[in-house]
Design a protein around this ligand. Structure first.
Ligand code: CDV
Length: 316
């Protein structure tokens, strides 16, 4: 059989170390531009930044003053603080994926989402995604050193899991907790996704059970390796990690091949750029054989997945 020619997209996972509570958007954007330039020097076509990467991870704190809450959100994208990143990317002809808190005026009201955008090499927003799976709580939980109040500050995303042709590849986005849910990848897999970009902020004490928390790094990679393999797609997982305002967060950003293998991984808890030349044709080998969905899937047997939300025990 003749070998299919490679289609290479060189991708950079731009891991971030902590962002201080009082660090300005301008200072953060300077860090992002520095990593973009490193990525460009290594031949990157695309730079992937973490979830909520313009500020510290503010959902760890209970805030009642709505003005204070809204100070963490972006009302427009781009905006004056972020414009230098758009300009640097356009000049360098590098695309990027950026996570931020979005305040939108939509359907006659103010809406708040945990959002990621994919910007193409010409600086155009080519794809927007709003986080579907919001972890944590709407009310503070007793006994926790740090809260996780995403359910308080955001509403679930209303855009589904769109896949778009961007920079000659079928691209999809998801955000942090989404990566643990097989539905995330499968909905994109059914749109022939070739690369999924996922930023995350994962505190090591995210569950009140040390036996689970000690496996935080393992579960991080396990989820993305499985999603990549079972949907024959590249996955790029990018952390904001390290000790941020006293909260320990995992790092180990990595690039996952459609085989499920980790092909590149960050080695520090700081700002760090990890690159890999991804052959987008690699997924095809899997899509035409073991994961040929059209040949092997049986959707009628999967009805419960969309009909039922929580698990119910079988009838006696
Ligand atoms: N930002 C996140 O979505 N974090 C969750 C933690 C809280 C479990 C995650 O899935 O990594």
């Amino acid at each position: 059989m003749p070998r299919t020619p490679s289609r290479i997209m060189t991708v950079a996972a731009a891991q971030m170390g902590p962002i201080a509570r009082d660090e300005s958007r301008q200072a953060v954007v300077a860090r992002l531009i520095d990593m973009l330039r490193q990525a460009k020097d290594r031949g990157a076509d695309l730079v992937v930044y973490p979830e909520l990467c313009l500020t510290t991870f503010f959902p760890r704190w209970m805030m009642e003053d709505q003005d204070e809450v809204d100070s963490w959100f972006e009302r427009t994208m781009p905006n004056p603080a972020v414009n230098p990143l758009f300009e640097a990317a356009r000049e360098s002809e590098v695309g990027f994926c950026l996570g931020y808190a979005e305040l939108a005026q939509e359907d006659g009201g103010t809406r708040r989402f945990n959002t990621a955008i994919l910007v193409d090499k010409a600086g155009r927003v080519a794809l927007k995604y709003r986080k579907v799976h919001l972890p944590g709580h709407a009310e503070p939980q007793e006994g926790r050193k740090f809260q996780h109040l995403e359910k308080r500050y955001f509403e679930p995303g209303n855009l589904g899991f769109p896949v778009r042709r961007v920079m000659d590849a079928n691209m999809g986005l998801c955000i942090c907790n989404d990566r643990r849910w097989p539905e995330t990848y499968r909905v994109m897999g059914l749109q022939d996704v070739e690369m999924v970009l996922c930023g995350y902020n994962t505190p090591t004490d995210h569950v009140q059970d040390p036996a689970i928390n000690r496996l935080s790094d393992f579960h991080n990679h396990l989820s993305m390796q499985a999603g990549a393999y079972q949907n024959a797609t590249w996955v790029v997982g990018v952390a904001k990690g390290g000790v941020e305002e006293g909260s320990e967060m995992i790092t180990h950003s990595a690039i996952f091949a459609p085989s499920g293998e980790i092909v590149a991984q960050a080695a520090t808890m700081e700002d760090e750029v990890v690159t890999f030349a991804c052959d987008l044709e690699m997924g095809r080998k899997y899509k035409e054989t073991i994961f040929n969905f059209a040949a092997h899937r049986e959707p009628d047997a999967y009805r419960l997945i969309v009909e039922r939300k929580g698990a119910e025990p079988p009838a006696a």
